[in-house]
Design a protein around this ligand. Sequence first.
Ligand code: NI
Length: 351
Amino acid sequence: MGLRFIFMLTRNDKTVDDAEKHLQTALAAGVHHIGFKDVGLPFERLKKLNQSIKKGGATSYLEVVSLDRDSEVASAQAAVEIGVDILLGGTNVDAVLPIIKGAGIQYYPFPGKIVGHPSTLEGTIEEIAASAKDLSSREGVDGLDLLAYRSREDVGKLMAAVCAVTDKPVIMAGSIDTKARIADVKSSGAGGFTIGTAALDGIYPAQGNDLDAQLRSILKDVADVNDHVSRFSTKNLDESFSKFTETWSPRIAGQVNNMMIKLAKFEGEFVWHHHAVEDELFLVHKGSLMMKFRDRDEMVHEGEFIIVPHGVEHCPVAMSDICEVILLEPATTVNTGNTEDDRRVTNLAEV
Ligand code: NI
């Protein structure tokens, strides 16, 4: 199962004042699990924030910070009234379960003993794992929220020990700020993790320290750790095309079974050729392309594509200074086909 990234609109365990603005950035970046805490903003704003998360097609999370029984009961009631999808945290399970019963809220309480604010996780690995086992066996508990990086124990061992005692998803919280930590979380068997402060403060390793760059970098690393290729959006396609200048020298962007997705820059006219067995698709990203055939020429504009069947002679010509093209063709395809030309490339670099 893939690891789920939950972006928390929180800093130092409080929902941030400009949560609405950051939410829009997160939704635009493609983050679809978004959480907040029940402290930092007034109730009405939390309610609106939740509506905006849902309107953006994302799953909402409320993480309970208050640890005394009465505050936790109030938080659970707030979760029901706000209409969140998933309630994270809290330790007073007996008090919370009756409140959220029938409300359609998933519940992931904290295993172990939580102390202070910002919270720390106390106890030995054995004690925390025992608490996790007990909690996850309860009806109405759908998963666990482990403050792994708030423990003084060996975090890797703690995460693995907790994941080993339950089949339910375990979310790891607190201080995850590098790809190496995400990979550790994944290898422990966790279902997901949260990042708040690191992304909001621009600490996560990324091309920029603005939130958009931070979130895109996290999503890409998660896709990598999950062994999924991250989606190519208009924005990162532009970025990828900007990483190379050579023309007629395709770069590999991905693979779908035996079909390669390549990015190429065309300039001027190429060479007449055909491919004995491979069909080729040319999708124009920027500029325009003329595909010359022996019997006719066809113009391919931005956002359009053309398929050249195998065996058909063709000669691509860039009609703009540089034409950026996405190619879809079998791995065996060589750009110059049956023709010898000094622009022939066989060992393609990744973009
Ligand atoms: Ni060709």
